[in-house]
Design a protein around this ligand. Structure first.
Ligand code: NAD
Ligand code: MG
Length: 423
């Protein structure tokens, strides 16, 4: 290996390979966006479990104000001396309801997406942004967190799919750091701990395979929404659960891994591993393969990212090696799951291609969840949207948002055409 100085950010990687993690005082003050979602609620659970170490600086929800109020009241009773928590409620009606909650009016931020940005920029001495939003809506808050120099515990993978280059630039300029929450990327980060990127041969991102791993192709045309949502190993929010059934989630994760770890797409492989025990692997240039194993519990990777890649104690179920059974790995079937191929192609093409892919997928998933689109029609909506729109570079946030908006409009047309055809 050459003895030249080690590059801290190889190939523009977001992940701070050899750099020390930000040194942040105790307790860590969290800006938690998407507090009432699956990752959001698990973050609140971690705050409750780590009273000396974690505090809230700001929280956001879209509409589940009652749930947020209950969770916040419990935390504030347990931490009476903690500074006041700012609150953003994005939905207009829900925000009116929130303004009537005693003690909330004078700490309620703007409605809509502006409130998400204010949570990041106006909170008092925050240390870490936990971005648990779903979809491209997470990008602008990620960029705001980067500009403020925060540690970003990133669950919102769409931030990187839509604006990977923008986030990399903003993180470098703001002196921020991005640590992955996604279990696969947190596993890779643990395998890479203290490693020089030049030691790495390839990444192997594991996939559960979803509920249709063994379903024959002809049967995919008639699967129900209930079957789509029956994920075999993880309990998650609705969008990522659908993405796991189409394998689009794995496609988005390949793009996420590309930006995080700075490796080209031909060195990021996917292996279907039905048990969700091996969370991902890294192969080094000498053939050594490191893996991270554990039970499927998102609080593990979530806490690891928030803590700045330190293993704090966590009382959760332990993996019983003697009872877990054999570890099985299979190649993904790109014919039955074309979304994985589409995502790889869009990632390789770069520019607005992954923006269009992501937006079309968000529209298709929403239509599927609303009962307007069949499972089997999701890839077609995405492929046709990609085929119909021009591609370009993503120089800045407005360029990304513009491509996102155009793709949503086109994807809605594609959904309508399929709904009108009576599918
Ligand atoms: P979820 O649907 O359960 O929660 C999303 C949260 O974001 C909710 O609080 C919702 O109100 C809010 N939100 C959504 N869209 C918004 C918008 N446009 N403006 C403002 N708020 C909005 O989702 P989740 O499953 O917690 O997933 C969050 C992110 O974490 C996703 O990017 C997902 O891919 C990723 N992730 C989740 C898991 C998991 O186990 N749930 C695992 C790995 C990665
Ligand atoms: Mg994942």
């Amino acid at each position: 290996m050459p003895s030249a100085p080690e590059p801290a950010r190889p190939h523009g990687a977001l992940y701070p390979y050899l750099r020390p993690r930000l040194s942040l005082g105790d307790p860590l003050r969290l800006v938690l966006l998407g507090a009432t979602g699956s990752i959001g609620l698990q973050t609140l659970d971690l705050v409750k479990r780590n009273p000396g170490r974690l505090q809230l600086a700001a929280v956001s929800c879209r509409s589940r104000v009652d749930e947020l109020a209950a969770a916040l009241a419990e935390l504030e009773a347990a931490q009476p001396d903690a500074p006041r928590v700012l609150i953003a409620v994005t939905d207009a009606n829900a925000r009116e309801q929130a303004a009537r909650i005693p003690g909330w009016r004078d700490r309620l931020l703007s409605g809509g997406e502006a409130g998400l940005i204010e949570a990041v920029t106006q909170s008092e001495s925050p240390s870490c942004l936990v971005n648990a939003l779903v979809g491209a809506a997470g990008l602008a808050p990620t960029l705001a967190g980067a500009a403020r120099g925060l540690r970003i515990a990133l669950a919102n993978k769409e931030s990187l799919v839509v604006g990977g280059e923008l986030v990399a630039r903003a993180v470098a300029a703001g002196g921020a750091e991005v640590l992955p929450v996604d279990s696969e990327h947190a596993a890779i980060a643990q395998c890479l701990s203290g490693r020089d990127p030049r030691e790495v041969a390839r990444l192997v991102v594991t996939a559960s395979g979803g509920p249709f791993r063994t379903t024959p192709a002809p049967e995919l045309a008639t699967v129900t929404l209930e079957q789509v949502l029956a994920h075999p190993t993880w309990r998650m929010g609705p969008k990522i659960t659908v993405d796991s059934a189409t394998l689009m989630n794995k496609g988005l994760e390949v793009i996420e891994a590309h930006y995080l770890f700075g490796l080209p797409y031909d060195r990021i492989d996917v292996a279907v591993h039905p048990g969700s025990i091996v969370h991902s692997l890294v192969e080094f240039v000498d053939g050594a393969l490191l893996a991270q194993l554990g039970t499927p519990d998102m609080r593990m990777p979530l806490q690891y990212a928030i803590a700045g890649e330190i293993h704090w104690p966590l009382a959760t179920g332990r993996l019983d090696l003697l009872r877990m059974g054999p570890l099985v790995f299979e190649a993904p079937d790109l014919d039955r799951f074309p979304c994985l191929r589409l995502a790889r192609e869009a990632g390789l093409a770069g520019g607005t291609a992954p923006v269009i892919l992501n937006a079309a997928n968000e529209i298709a998933v929403a239509a599927l969840l609303a009962g307007r689109l069949r499972y089997v029609d999701v890839p077609g909506v995405i492929a046709d949207t990609l085929a119909r729109l021009p591609r370009g570079p993503v120089e800045d946030l407005p360029a990304a948002l513009d491509a996102d908006a155009r793709a949503r409009t086109e994807a809605a047309v594609q959904v309508d055409a399929r709904a009108a055809a009576g599918h």
